[in-house]
Design a protein around this ligand. Sequence first.
Ligand SMILES: Cc1cc2nc3c(=O)[nH]c(=O)nc-3n(C[C@H](O)[C@H](O)[C@H](O)COP(=O)(O)OP(=O)(O)OC[C@H]3O[C@@H](n4cnc5c(N)ncnc54)[C@H](O)[C@@H]3O)c2cc1C
Length: 459
Amino acid sequence: MDIKIIAEMEKLIGKAGVLSSEEDLAVYSYDGTFEEHTPDLVVLPESTEQVSQVVKIAAKYRIPIVTRGMASGLAAASVPFSGGIVLCLTRMNHILEIDLENRVAHVEAGVVTADLQTAVEKHGLFYPPDPSSIRHSTIGGNIACNAGGPRCLKYGVTGDYVLGLTVVLADGQILKTGGKVIKDVVGYDLAALFTGSEGTLGIITEALLRLTAKPKFARTALVEYDDLADASRTVNAILSAGIVPATMELMDQTAIECIEKAMQLGLPVERAAVLLIETDGSDEEMVNREIESIAEICKKTGAQYVKVANDETDRVNLWKARRSVSPALARLSPNKLGEDITVPIQAIPEAVRRLKEISAKYGLPIVIFGHAGDGNLHPNILFDKRDPQQWAKVEKMVEEEFYVALALGGTLSGEHGVGKLKRPYIEKALGSVSIGIQKGIKQVLDPLNILNPGKVLPD
Ligand SMILES: Cc1cc2nc3c(=O)[nH]c(=O)nc-3n(C[C@H](O)[C@H](O)[C@H](O)COP(=O)(O)OP(=O)(O)OC[C@H]3O[C@@H](n4cnc5c(N)ncnc54)[C@H](O)[C@@H]3O)c2cc1C
């Protein structure tokens, strides 16, 4: 990067917030995927005003800007393939206000999601979105990807909690959209437009987030199956009975074995699949009744055993198991590639069957787990990237996974977004009319194409 531009940035942010050494740049060159590319400069602003000034300089010199939270993304969306500036918001990590009466949190984009949850729970409040990366992802990143998590089934995704945003636009203007009101239908919903835009339309610097009351009681059950298809069918049976649990998480046998090997929690490694089901609410008796009804339905749909957690330690262990699927799989093979296709609920059994067929066809394991309650599955292919033949197979398998989702009326991603990795498939998923409209939106908001170029939309 030109020394003059570095000096301009240092004057603006201070030397501590501008990184240009080879070692520092390497640290900001990757995300949660296999992809990497070194940026030319890393800038760590501390305020919306600083972000705006940085963007003005970048626009003047036509330098690409890739916004980054904690880089836990799984679509290579924060990897700076065109070089330029990585704008990392982790120093903007202040909770500015927890408005108890309106149940709204006002936060900077770099706040770690788990930190917000802990802070609001001290006041008996609840911020439900719970990506498994909760301890190493930011609110800005969650909004930019519209992150979900196990609790989406009952509580919805990140976007359902966004009331307002402060966004720095591609020319440095500061946009404030939305507010503390619950209902607001004045004009187009710009907060919704920036939610899920993966840093391609603007830089989110602050957010107003809706909070709810924290449910006082929760019951959790681990349901064991000898047939994966029975577990998938159970999901629909529970929802059809009019019960909406907080979570319904599916794990297949390989996932169970991996976690057990890593953590020794006493999981049933001989079973083909388990469902982790949690129900919550403010009335203890109702929560108890609900978990009993769920247990009965599970038995009717083929469950071999239903273990309801007796106490909080039991419950915490079950969740520890679910949250460690991803890291535990990493111990099983040198590499894993996790997707997050979504299908309509009734198509889950067929999706699982077809995914296993792909695995058999190419001779590489596909471990299946995910948020079965909302049809969002994470098929993880296990392989060794050092073997070019395996990598070639993986690329074909991923494509076939996407086609399974689309053929069943589903889509490419329920939570990780498009980034660079799913970009080749987006037109097939959305159609040319939708892509045309989206390109028009990008052109209006970022005419110089400096915000996260080469992501989401095809050329
Ligand atoms: C182990 C593991 C488990 C995961 N589990 C889940 C899960 O359950 N659910 C789920 O949804 N995701 C999950 N993810 C994916 C990832 O954690 C989420 O996508 C998360 O929202 C990314 O947040 P981040 O702060 O790390 O963003 P980054 O990875 O840094 O960025 C992601 C994208 O958002 C953009 N961006 C970041 N901050 C801003 C901002 N302030 N303004 C504008 N654009 C911005 C970036 O440019 C990039 O396009 C998981 C990842 C891992 C590694």
